[in-house]
Design a protein around this ligand. Sequence first.
Ligand code: SF4
Length: 124
Amino acid sequence: MTEQVRRVSCIVCPISCQGEVVFENGQIKEVRGFNCPRGKAYAQTEVTAPKRMLTSTVKVKNGTIPLLPVVSKQPLPKGKIMDCAKALREVCITAPVKEGDIVCPNILGLGVDIIASRDLAAAN
Ligand code: SF4
């Protein structure tokens, strides 16, 4: 039997628990060292299919500022984050915008919407 241990830092809350995922013959055998079930779930996802929230900005027409902060409604596959950020460079919306408005639905067909992080009033 081949056992491997991968250390994982939980980023779900500010406590930042350090835990370990133990593999045996390529399969997860044990997840240990986290203070709560959320950390255990995070570690399992992190070593199998890691995900991250995306925060960025998109261009705005007729807004009081030229860029609108946006965020993904759910975490996206970590390996697609740069592609999503690149896709958002092509997005331009028109003010006014309300916090939570969808500015890019189903980005890259990944099933996750990109939403406004704040209200943005129209300039006129
Ligand atoms: S394991 Fe739980 S308590 Fe520890 S950082 Fe993650 S969410 Fe916070």
